[in-house]
Design a protein around this ligand. Structure first.
Ligand SMILES: *Cc1c(COP(=O)(O)O)cnc(C)c1O
Length: 481
């Protein structure tokens, strides 16, 4: 398996060559040269496998430059009942016949990002150990991404994480999840400012090529191909759990932000999984709903982004969308490059009245958006009808999923976070305390460790340099609550 770039300007590379990278060398995103294919006979065989075996079968199609025994061990060490609450890893909960929730948020940080990032942590450690290399992951977070990255990389040899967060701006639970980590390779930095200040500091460091190379600065953002690949597995798992035969079709409803989760569904469908519809759900930040309805793609300016009660879906543009458009334009790198330069110059493009628009229905996407009021009504409705609590992100997916549901086609709604992460709103809407899995009990009472900094990029660089010099320890102060 070789990987090419969506912009057509990268010689084919292996999985390990693209694993630690952000953008491809030509500014595009890496994708497999072709998608592996499963026949109905293959599906019958896959149906018998447990999560770890299924993950190995699927991922070894994409990763052929790690010896199979090693890849198997990495997967077996990642997807354990200890880390994900049960051997099912992503259990299916049936609300009524033909209506299901696929639970993706039983990992260490209680959000679906764990499914991919826990594997990424082990892949990074393995590849770095072989090359005797080091990696310093630098990121900014307003919540879910930072904690999922830290729990994936904690204690991993060769990796340090420097994670910036706006001081006092995250929920109590999210703050506790990150700042209570005591691992010496995890550096939490609270910035006296807002999320945009954090992001600007990361950008400035990343734009300094010399510094970046010298201190081996990397990221773990959602354009990493290995993350998408790991997510393909649970579409298969969910399909097998909801069906009895290998020709039956199902539809998936996916709460969408950066188009990472639903892109994995698209790839699963291209590989031969019988998916009828991929139902894309946005919140008020409806860039993608607009595209799938009209053919027009217009990323928003940062001032146009709504702060919503489903914050992990508050996006201005969808970074993984480029990979889907590459398939839509017949994998023509020149056409893709032309569209993306139009994005730069004119702030958008419109595929309406192009031949590509006629091809869109064949990919099975339908879409919809929801408002705060819709989320509240959905959370209440699902609790009253089925006694099941859902979080605001999952509510977006279920709301749009139910609108697009078709008789006779099982609907699988992806759960992307657990309600306890957003306890305040659950109390407000349901008048109840959300369930708290054992890993999160007492979390807010544990000592926290964080370094506080003004939004000053030079101070950040100094901080990184000091922590990278040999023998230096994590001397961030530990505060007792
Ligand atoms: C990241 C996230 C999403 C959006 O997923 P994408 O892959 O960016 O589309 C949805 N819900 C939750 C809870 C998330 O953390």
């Amino acid at each position: 398996m070789r990987y090419i770039s969506t912009r057509g300007g990268m010689p084919p590379r292996t999985f390990r060559e693209i694993l630690l990278e952000g953008l491809a060398s030509d500014g595009g995103l890496a994708l497999p040269q072709s998608y592996p294919q499963y026949t109905t006979t293959d599906l019958a065989r896959l149906r018998q496998l447990n999560y770890r075996e299924l993950a190995f079968d699927i991922l070894s199609q994409f990763i052929d430059d790690i010896p199979p025994a090693d890849l198997k061990r990495l997967i077996d060490n990642t997807y354990t009942a200890a880390a994900f609450g049960s051997d099912d890893i992503t259990p299916l909960k049936t609300l009524e016949p033909g209506l299901h929730i696929l639970q993706l948020s039983n990992g260490p940080t209680l959000a679906f990002k764990d499914v991919a990032l826990q594997l990424l942590g082990n892949l990074f450690e393995y590849v770095l150990a072989q090359g005797k290399g080091e990696l310093n992951i630098l990121g900014a977070t307003s919540g879910d991404t930072g904690s999922a990255a830290e729990y994936a990389m904690r204690g991993k040899r060769g990796v340090r994480v420097f994670m910036l967060s706006p001081e006092g701006k995250m929920s109590r639970f999210q703050t506790a999840q990150m700042y209570t980590l005591q691992d010496p390779n995890i550096f939490n930095i609270a910035v006296k400012g807002v999320f945009d200040d954090c992001q600007d500091m990361v950008k400035e460091v990343s734009n300094d090529d010399t510094f970046k190379r010298r201190y081996r600065i990397g990221t773990v953002n959602s354009i990493n191909w290995a993350r998408v690949a790991a997510q393909i597995v649970y579409y298969f798992k969910g399909y097998f759990a909801a069906t009895q035969s290998d020709t039956e079709q199902v539809s998936f409803a996916v709460p969408t932000g950066n188009f990472g989760n639903i892109l994995a569904g698209h790839v699963a469908r291209m590989m031969g999984l019988p998916i009828k519809r991929l139902i894309l759900a946005t919140n008020e930040n409806n860039v993608l709903d607009e595209f799938f309805r009209s053919g027009r793609y217009r990323p928003r300016g940062s001032k146009e982004v709504h702060q919503t009660s489903s914050p992990s879906m508050d996006i201005s543009k969808a970074s993984n969308f480029e990979r889907f458009v590459f398939d839509l334009v017949g994998r023509n790198g020149n056409a893709l490059r032309e569209l993306w330069s139009r994005l730069e110059e004119q702030g958008g493009f419109n595929l309406n009245e192009t031949a590509w628009m006629n091809k869109l229905p064949a990919y099975g996407f339908v879409s919809g958006a929801s408002t705060h009021a819709d989320r509240i009504a959905t959370m209440r409705g699902i609790y009253q009808r089925y006694g099941v609590m859902i979080d605001t992100h999952t509510a977006n997916g279920i709301k749009v999923g139910l609108e697009q549901r078709e008789a006779g086609v099982p609907l699988i709604c992806l759960e992307t976070a657990q309600p306890v992460k957003f306890a305040e709103i659950i109390r407000e809407v349901l008048g109840k305390e959300p369930d708290c899995p054992p890993t999160c009990r007492g979390l807010e009472q544990l000592p926290q460790r964080v370094y506080v900094m003004y939004p000053d990029t030079d101070a950040l660089k100094d901080y990184i340099v000091q922590r990278c010099s040999s023998g230096s320890k994590n001397n961030n102060k530990i505060k007792n609550p």
